[in-house]
Design a protein around this ligand. Structure first.
Ligand code: IMP
Length: 437
């Protein structure tokens, strides 16, 4: 029995979907524990491309049961459209999907509120995905939210009053803010009826996932916990306020699933061989010159959820090392090493310089973080394409040197190296990259 938590250590888009799909081949249960439809996890199998926003990336492996746990904010329309889309493509989730009755629900006013709040922030806008994530977590925290159990209760004439009244009251209150932001308002009755309708679609999958997961864990089943976004976007550890509204790593597993924190046996941190970011906020190792454009182009760096171009730059060792240490990372999966082929020289950020002082940890203020200048170590690049390489020792010497340097900066073994988007394009190094090879 093993419980693995795989999570992103940068600003999202590390390739979590690809790694979770890979690991899910040997795992019975795959769980999303935070975030929502702001995630865009891509899985490529042959010619088939799956972009998943709400469903765990384990769904493509037919042997898995997939759980959307209580820490996720669920957009029921997106979720059910994904379920229907997979069914059309021959992937049935009938007995393989469990949706938490405790998870909070993203309703139409949350998406509009996301837009309104961004508009009202003006120049300080976060650049959210407009998926209603912040407003839904906000309602959860102020105790105005509706959970999946509330959604199912909307039709029930005996028990539905509190859920229904809260929904209708929320629409009226949010309309005032929407109006102030110059956005369309919503008709409370229409919101209610749409919610009642989608509730019937989601109902067959809803259960007490905490109880289900506790039973699975106690029965010794293998469980894979799939993080969304990344450590730089973590509500507490990231570049606040330019962050998402949840904790993105293993520290969120206890509250997000109902499993005890000690259930996690192995923490796998996921990084790209370089760094990208979408939305506003600090990015010290960003490269706006030719190298950044090369990475964007070759890495096809466009957001899977919004289609926005991602800013690109060099590997940020300060951010990744902090994630390793504070989230208890045991090993790392390194993705998109193949994208670096063809660059003459690589830079690796090992520290920051702020106001003339060298610092090894991120500062608290986003404004200071944005003023940090990276301290780089330079490495020779390599010309050869490496998509067909399956053993570490067959990589070009320069690639081996660069990966070893990354491992040194991270301080934990790099166990998986991805050299292409396809399932097979992987180098596995059971105990990490050898120090000399
Ligand atoms: P929100 O999560 O939609 O509120 O967006 C807050 C910030 O997180 C914005 O900068 C988004 O671009 C970023 N973000 C949210 N989800 C993802 C993701 O899955 N990948 C990359 N960036 C994300």
């Amino acid at each position: 029995m093993t419980v693995i938590c795989a999570f992103g250590m940068q600003w999202g888009d590390e390739g979590k979907g690809r790694i979770v799909d890979l690991l899910a081949a040997n795992t019975g249960v795959v769980v999303r524990f935070q975030g929502g439809a702001n995630a865009g996890h891509t899985v490529l199998v042959g010619d088939e491309k799956y972009v998943l926003h709400m469903l765990p990336s384990g769904v493509i492996q037919s042997s898995t049961v997939n759980v959307v746990a209580g820490g996720v904010v669920i957009d029921p329309w997106v979720l059910m459209d994904e379920v229907d889309d997979l069914a059309r493509r021959g992937i049935s989730l009938d007995d393989r999907l469990k949706v938490s009755d405790r998870a909070h629900v993203v309703l139409p006013y949350h998406r509009l509120m996301d837009q309104a709040m961004e508009k009202l922030r003006g120049a300080a806008a976060i650049g959210t995905t407009s998926r209603g994530i912040g407003p839904t977590y906000g309602d959860k925290t102020t105790r105005d939210g509706l959970r999946v159990a509330d959604l199912l209760a909307l039709r029930d004439s005996r028990d539905s009053r509190p859920s229904r009244d809260r929904l209708l009251g929320n629409v009226v209150a949010r309309n005032e803010i929407l109006e102030r932001a110059g956005l369309d308002t919503l008709d409370p009755q229409t919101v209610l009826e749409d919610a009642q309708e989608v509730a019937e679609r989601i109902r067959p999958y809803v259960t007490d996932t905490t109880e289900w997961l506790l039973d699975a864990w106690e029965a010794g089943r293998d469980i894979l916990l799939e993080g969304a976004q990344g450590h730089g976007l973590d509500l507490d550890h990231g570049t606040y306020p330019f962050v998402t509204s949840s904790n993105t790593g293993p520290s969120a597993v206890g509250s997000g699933t109902g499993l005890p924190p000690k259930a996690i046996d192995h923490v796998l941190g996921i990084v790209k061989a370089y760094t990208t970011r979408v939305g506003a906020g600090p990015f010290p190792t960003r490269d706006e010159e030719a190298a950044g454009r090369y990475l964007a182009d070759k890495g096809r760096e466009f957001g899977a959820t919004t289609g926005r171009p991602r800013q690109c730059g060099w590997f940020d060792g300060v951010l990744a090392r902090r994630a390793v240490r504070s989230q208890g990372v045991d090993a790392v999966a390194l993705l998109k090493l193949d994208v670096l082929s063809g660059l003459e020289q690589l830079q690796l950020g090992t520290a920051y310089e702020l106001d003339g002082c060298r610092i090894d940890a991120p500062p608290a203020l986003a404004d200071d973080w944005a003023r940090c200048r990276p301290v780089y170590s330079a490495y020779d690049g390599w010309a050869a394409e490496i998509g067909d390489v399956r053993r570490f020792e067959d990589l070009p010497a320069e690639a081996r040197t660069y990966v070893r340097a990354l491992q040194d900066v991270l301080g934990v073994p790099i166990e998986i190296i991805s050299v292409g988007a396809e399932r097979a394009c992987v180098i596995e190094t059971a105990r990490g990259v050898p120090v000399s090879a």
